[in-house]
Design a protein around this ligand. Structure first.
Ligand code: CO8
Length: 258
């Protein structure tokens, strides 16, 4: 495994864990963090021994946004030519399922990073927001798009236009997070959900993920057609044979991830 300076890497059986680790800056996402998270996630994604990736931060902050001090001195040409933040798109292309385990602040780029993940699991201390407007900028890592798809226009507009934070209960009501757990249980619960997912057939989990994500890119009729074709394709896998045989034989399936 490559070594990193701004993140910690761990493996728990078939689960890969990436922990943002810039406590002095509440895990603000500078360019180094971005490159390291993407490198680590890509490394896990290429590893057939990993069936789910958990991305998390500290108790106080998942991430308090893009690094304002790093951004501040830049001109339009600087950020345009360096194509700032486009690299985060790579994380959305990861095929292995991803879980953001959010405790404390998930603001700006931190909220956007959580929303790139497939599932957001929130501690009861989690706070989400897109406060960029207070800095004279707007979300730049997909926040105006993913938040709107997750919580609808009215709440996304309110959050992006006022910069106010929403707590975990509001985020759950709005459909942004899958579940809220006590902060002390967040890490264990995230690993538990990830272990369940990683116990499924990896190629089938990838197909399920691809199919759900299709809903954000196409019409209902095309999405249903896409799903059906992928459903048909599951019958070409060894794991479909094993999964159905195990059910009929009243035993647990042993997936080969093929
Ligand atoms: N960037 C850099 N440093 C940060 C950030 C950040 N986003 N957030 C916190 N820090 C630093 C603080 O400066 C402070 O450092 P120091 O001790 O050296 O002064 C340290 O972390 C601790 O922070 P606080 O003392 O402020 O901690 P508090 O508990 O008092 O407050 C808050 C916590 C409320 C989270 C507060 O830190 C805060 O408001 N942070 C900024 C939140 C924010 O505005 N985030 C959005 C950033 S913009 C963005 O993410 C997307 C930009 C896309 C633009 C696209 C351009 C191309």
């Amino acid at each position: 495994m490559t070594s990193y300076e701004t993140i910690l890497i761990d493996r728990k059986d078939r689960v890969g864990v990436i922990t943002l680790n810039r406590p002095e800056a509440l895990n603000a996402l500078n360019l180094q963090v971005m490159h390291e998270v993407i490198a680590a996630a890509t490394e896990f994604d290429r590893d057939p021994g990993i069936g789910c990736i958990v991305l998390t931060g500290s108790a106080k902050a998942f991430a308090a946004g893009a690094d304002i001090k790093e951004m501040q001195p830049n001109s339009y040409m600087d950020v345009y030519l360096a194509d700032w933040f486009t690299a985060w798109d790579r994380l959305a292309e990861i095929r292995t399922p991803t879980i953001a385990a959010v405790s404390g602040y998930a603001l700006g780029g931190g909220c956007e990073l959580a929303m790139i993940c497939d599932i957001i699991l929130a501690a009861d201390t989690a706070k989400f927001g897109q406060p960029e407007i207070k800095l004279g900028v707007i979300p730049g890592i997909g926040g105006s798009q993913r938040l709107t798809r997750a919580v609808g226009k009215a709440k996304a507009m309110e959050l992006c236009l006022t910069g106010r934070m929403m707590d975990a209960a509001e985020a759950e009501r709005a459909g942004l997070v899958s579940r809220i757990v006590p902060a002390a249980d967040l890490a264990d619960e995230a690993i538990s959900v990830a272990t369940t997912i990683a116990g499924m057939s990896l190629p089938i989990a990838m197909m399920a993920k691809e199919s759900v994500n299709r809903a954000f890119e196409t019409t209902l009729a095309e999405g249903v057609r896409f799903e059906r074709r992928v459903f048909h394709a599951t019958f070409a896998t060894a794991d479909q044979k094993e999964g159905m045989a195990a059910f009929v034989e009243k035993r647990k399936p042993t997936f080969e991830h093929r």
